[in-house]
Design a protein. Sequence first.
Length: 151
Amino acid sequence: METATDKAFAEPDGSAGLRAAHESGDRLYTIGDMARAYKVTLRALRFYEDRGLIKPIRHGVSRFYDAAARTRFETILRGKQLGFTLTQISAMLPRQEKPEAAEVLDLQEGQVLGQIAQLEKKREELDVALAALRETHGRMTGDPGRSATAA
């Protein structure tokens, strides 16, 4: 069965990036493959590309993601999981994609401590909101001792 990568090489204008990835044996992901693998939308991937956070190999209108692009994207997702904004993550990423090593966010101790404090504050706010909603639910059901619990 012919893959999208095979089709790209069948064209006379196959890009050097596609050829290099193919010759190195690197598996290329299409934008759809990336969306499924990382449970994100196509729109999100295009947004990250527009912001300059990831740089897929382009061939016409098709996007192909090599190991370096996937590693960089995983690093971006890790930063988001830690609660950093994309602007903050962008500043923490290495300027060049490096396929030979896993990327890490360039975090400073102050950034880590600041993020911990911010997340702890959010947790406290969530705890207050949850308690208020549970109390409201208890009043709705006519049982003030009974409240909705976490699922």
